[in-house]
Every structure is written in structure tokens, then in C-alpha cells.
Design a protein around this ligand. Structure first.
Ligand SMILES: C[S@@+](CC[C@H](N)C(=O)[O-])C[C@H]1O[C@@H](n2cnc3c(N)ncnc32)[C@H](O)[C@@H]1O
Length: 343
């Protein structure tokens, strides 16, 4: 049997044994302090209380590779959109959403993003701006090399811990059509060797779409798979109105053309079909979009909710916090919606 690891445990091993980690720690501390002061200056200007935050080392998937160091150099040297500019932009964007979202709770919406329950509140009573509020730079990444390179080698690992996986599987068991329902089709977007569906779950058609064929080939729940880079080609190669459910586990943050993809999701879902986007607080941060790496969990719910809203033809998106042991294992959140029956 293959030994399964979470990526975080790989990272911890790298951190413990490699002397190069001291260089990374130095770089992180430098960026943290530099960004924190810039962010708080900006936040003060717009009367927003931000808690300075960078992804915590333990919550970042990849071992600290050469890629990461290269990305840090790029960021510091200013060849890309400076991280602090993306952060400032993010903060000002969220002010637009806050008028109603904050009505029942804290005025400082982003600052309170880590409190239990806040994620679920994030999509209640949102006043969406008329236009999609994000800019091109919000979808830039530290590592803009082709995704096919990053995902070239298979990773037979799990990206969230066991309690988070169990919570997701339990959630699926509550909302999925019963196993073996004739005519039901499911698409697992950004799929890998595992989909976290309930044990023994079957349908006539379960398609996996992802970047690594070796991983997809090993996924026992799939009846077929497609290797496709959605950031190069966001068109989903399926008929209109052909899927009952679309899932996407801990990967929505890698999509650089989310509106195109969510419009495609709407097209291929049957009326009333549901799209279930799940995420935790981990990511391959060099590959995640900048608006994601510069914001917190509740903001992520708003970001994903905005994709549904601005793609159009979906019911109002909702957020659910299914975190199994808050503070003790990986958090797990769902943002879901159904294709409107009239769309
Ligand atoms: C963190 S892994 C999650 C895999 C799987 N959903 C899971 O829960 O184990 C990210 C996944 O997103 C997929 N992915 C990343 N970028 C993608 C892209 N541009 N197009 C399609 N899939 C992508 C990769 O194939 C990879 O399997």
C-alpha cells in the first residue's frame, strides 16, 4: 500500500532538516515586517483595522523549494505587482462589500475573518457592486510559469488533514444525489488521485478534470478523466446542461480566469444542479492568485461568492463552515450555489 502523507508534513520535514530554511525565515520575517507596516498605514487611511498576516509557514503546502525563493526575489525586486499593492487593493475592494455584511456584526469585517462563524456570515446580505470589482493584477501569481510544469510530477498526497477530509466527505454524503442514481453525472474540477467522495459512492458518470494524468488515472471514483489547463483554456469540454453536481476541492484559488470558468460551470450544469467549492486555509501559495494570498478565510468566501454572483444564472451563493475541530485541525469551508432553474 502507498503511504499517504499530507503535504504539510512534507514541509515540516524540509523545515527541520534543511539549513536553507534559515534564509527563508529571514526573507519571510523581512517581508512580514515590511508588508505589515505598509498595510497598516494603508488600512489606517481607509479606517480599516487589519491584523497583519502572512500565510503561516505550516499552512503553506510546498516544501520551501527553489521556486519559492525565486518568487520571493521577484516580489522584492518589484518586477511583478508588489504584494503590498495587491493587499491594499484587496482591502479597499472589501470596503465595497461591507455596508450590509457588517450590519449585524463587527465593523471590521476583514479583521474578524478568523472568528468562528464569520465565514458563514460572509455571504449573508452582501451588497455586490454593479461591476466585478477585481482587476487583472488580482489574478496574478508569484509563479506565472506554465501550470503544466508545476503539476508535471504526480503528488500522491492529501492536501488537507484527515479530520477536514472526513468533514468534507460527510458534507458530500448529505448533499449528493444518492449513489447509483440513474442519469446522474458529476464533474470533479481540479481533480487528482482522490475526490473525497463517500466510500463506495458511484454514478454512471463521474468525470475528473485536472492537470496530472498519473494522479487522475489512480482516482477510483472517476469513470473518465480529462487533462486540461483551465488557466489556458477555461472552456469546459462538455455539453450544455449535462451535470448534476460540480465539485472543486481546495483548488478554486488557482483559477486565474474564474469568471469564464464559472460561466462555463453554469452552462454545463443542469438547471438546479449544484456547484460545491470547498477550501481550507492552505495553498500552493506561489500558484494561488494574489487576491487569495493577501486575504483571509471570510474574504475567500466572498471571493468565491463573487464568482457565482458575477457569472450570473446562479442562485445567491452561500457559505458553510464545516471545520471539524476549530483551531485543532484544518478548517474547511464550502461556498455553494445552484444553477437557477431559469438560467
Ligand atoms: C491542491 S491540489 C487539489 C487536488 C484535489 N482536488 C484534492 O483535493 O486532493 C490542486 C489541484 O488543482 C489542479 N489544478 C491546478 N491548476 C489547474 C489548472 N490551471 N487547470 C486545471 N486544474 C488545475 C491540479 O491538477 C491539482 O490536482
Amino acid at each position: 500500500m502507498r503511504a499517504i502523507q499530507t503535504v504539510s508534513s512534507e514541509s515540516e520535514r524540509t523545515i527541520t532538516h534543511s539549513p536553507i530554511i534559515y534564509i527563508y525565515i529571514y526573507i519571510y520575517i523581512y517581508i512580514y515586517i515590511y508588508n505589515a507596516s505598509e498595510i497598516s498605514k494603508m488600512a489606517n487611511l481607509i479606517c480599516l483595522k487589519l491584523q497583519p498576516r502572512l500565510p503561516i509557514l505550516a499552512t503553506v503546502y510546498p516544501s520551501f523549494s527553489r521556486l519559492t525563493a525565486k518568487a520571493n526575489r521577484k516580489w522584492n525586486s518589484g518586477f511583478r505587482v508588489p504584494r503590498r499593492r495587491a493587499l491594499g487593493l484587496g482591502a479597499s475592494i472589501w470596503l465595497q462589500f461591507m455596508s450590509k455584511a457588517s450590519a449585524g456584526g463587527s465593523k471590521y469585517f476583514i479583521a474578524s475573518a478568523r472568528q468562528k462563524g464569520v465565514v458563514e456570515e460572509a455571504l449573508k446580505n452582501v451588497e455586490w457592486p454593479e461591476q466585478f470589482p477585481f482587476k487583472e493584477e488580482d489574478f496574478q501569481r508569484f509563479d506565472e510559469s506554465p501550470d503544466s510544469l508545476f503539476y508535471e510530477a504526480p503528488r500522491f498526497v492529501t492536501h488537507i488533514d484527515d479530520p477536514a477530509i472526513a468533514a468534507l466527505t460527510k458534507y458530500y454524503s448529505e448533499v449528493f444525489p444518492p449513489s447509483n442514481t440513474p442519469g446522474v453525472s458529476i464533474l470533479d474540477m481540479c481533480s487528482s488521485w482522490v475526490s473525497h467522495f463517500p466510500q463506495g459512492y458511484k454514478q454512471d458518470r463521474i468525470v475528473g478534470l485536472g492537470m496530472n494524468e498519473d494522479e487522475l488515472k489512480q482516482n477510483p471514483v472517476l469513470t473518465e478523466y480529462i487533462v486540461q489547463d483551465l488557466n489556458l483554456n477555461p472552456e469546459l469540454p462538455f455539453e450544455d446542461n449535462s451535470f448534476d453536481v460540480i465539485t472543486n476541492v481546495v483548488s478554486v484559488d488557482y483559477l486565474t480566469k474564474p469568471l469564464d470558468i464559472f460561466k462555463e460551470m453554469r452552462r454545463i450544469l443542469k438547471p438546479g444542479g449544484q456547484a460545491i467549492m470547498s477550501f481550507s486555509n492552505r495553498c500552493f501559495w506561489t500558484k494561488a492568485i494574489s487576491i487569495w494570498t493577501s486575504t483571509g478565510d471570510a474574504d475567500h468566501a466572498l471571493i468565491v461568492g463573487s464568482y457565482f454572483h458575477y457569472a450570473g444564472g446562479f442562485e445567491p451563493p452561500q457559505a458553510v463552515d464545516i471545520s471539524p475541530n476549530p483551531g485543532r485541525s484544518d478548517p474547511m469551508y464550502i461556498v455553494y450555489s445552484r444553477k437557477a432553474s431559469t438560467a
